[in-house]
Design a protein around this ligand. Structure first.
Ligand SMILES: Cc1ncc(COP(=O)(O)O)c(C=O)c1O
Length: 355
């Protein structure tokens, strides 16, 4: 079976994790701090605050920015539900916006149009690792705080700098489907000292300088996770290079047959997920089942979040997100994959489409 995704775990990772287990220091400590500094330096940010997942990074960020009842937050409609759920958990209203049919991210105009007098924050997503149009969105939103959901986008680049550099806080995920994994994990990146202090307090039972100053939960990262992350960081360039080669093979093979995601001029994706849009007349479930019979694991690309049960009652109509969510398929892509396996996937897919 050619799997949809597979983390690339080698000897370095095994050694690093074993060393932590032998040290007996398992919870947030020196390795977490080193991992935070390394990621922050890579992305040109002043602070990295490691947390337990990309979702907790978003939740703590909205809490730090004091998003709450009476506020609304702009959120692209095509994604994993975490950013929209984080807004709801904060008690605010989600203002869903549609995405661009080529880039599958929300564009500046959509953010500008959706903004209301009660908009407190805009969440900008680099969906599937494809960089959002950072400069255009920043210009369109002026002083409105941007939270960048760069969960998928470590190693991707806007035309003007790395993904993870856009938001007043940018949030990463290190889930095993991401280009770099710590098992579960995430990180908030910011240049603001006060925000960084608040995030550190909120992730650790509300403690600051040894005092409990606010009621909060536990969203710490373990030393085991950080050791894994540091080992993965050392091979990040190799991971990214290989993902880009594989994506280029897919793009060439599918050109003129299936729609794929486009990247803005001057920007560079990490291809965290490679998606293809099925033409009218093909049901994704049946295509995926037939691919499975041929030894290829393919799956749902993403969700039109406003259509999920957690937003039942939403009357938003966002046709592009709905189209991509209904017809989009994720294809296998991971750095250990061979060129011949991409050919196998494409061959199997064309076989199913031509049946
Ligand atoms: C855009 C986006 N945001 C947030 C998340 C949540 O990250 P995590 O799974 O680490 O909680 C994901 C996960 O896939 C995602 O795709």
């Amino acid at each position: 079976m050619i799997r949809l995704a597979k983390p690339w775990i080698g000897e370095d990772e095994r050694r690093a994790v074993t060393a932590v287990l032998e040290s007996g220091q398992l919870v947030q400590g020196a390795l977490v701090e080193r991992f935070e500094q390394a990621v922050a330096a890579l992305l040109g940010r002043r602070h990295g605050v490691a947390v337990s997942s990309g979702t907790s990074a978003l939740q703590l960020t909205l809490k730090t920015l004091q998003v709450g009842p009476g506020d609304d937050v702009l959120c692209p409609a095509l994604s994993w539900p975490s950013p929209a759920h984080a807004i709801r958990v904060a008690g605010a209203k989600v203002r869903f916006i549609d995405v661009d049919p080529g880039e599958w991210n929300s564009r500046a105009e959509a953010f500008r149009e959706a903004r209301s007098g009660s908009t407190k924050v805009a969440i900008v997503i680099d969906q599937f690792g494809n960089p959002a149009r950072a400069e255009e969105i920043r210009d369109a939103l002026g002083s409105l705080p941007i939270v960048e959901d760069a969960a998928c986008a470590l190693g991707s680049r806007f035309a003007t700098g790395p993904c993870g550099s856009l938001g007043v806080v940018s949030c990463l995920s290190f889930h095993p489907r991401k280009v770099l994994t710590t098992g579960e994990g995430g990180m908030c990146l910011t240049d603001d000292d006060d925000i960084a202090d608040k995030l550190r307090t909120l992730r650790n039972h509300g403690q600051l300088g040894g005092e409990f100053v606010v009621a909060a939960g536990n969203a710490r990262m373990t030393e085991i996770a950080a050791a894994l992350g540091l080992a993965q960081l050392r091979r990040l360039d190799e991971i990214l290079g290989r993902r880009r080669e594989l994506a280029a093979l897919y793009a060439k093979a599918l050109d003129g047959v299936l729609d794929v995601q486009h990247t803005a001029d001057g920007a560079e994706s990490n291809y965290q997920t490679f998606g293809a849009i099925l033409p009218q007349g093909f049901a994704r479930k049946s295509v995926c089942e037939k691919l499975h019979e041929k030894g290829v694991e393919a799956g749902v690309l993403s969700f039109a979040i406003h259509k999920l049960g957690s937003f039942a009652g939403s009357d938003a109509s966002l046709p592009i997100a709905e189209h991509l969510a209904t017809r989009g398929m994720a294809l296998p892509l991971y750095p250990q994959m061979k060129n011949a396996e991409v050919e196998e996937v494409v061959h199997a897919l064309f076989g199913v489409l031509n049946e």
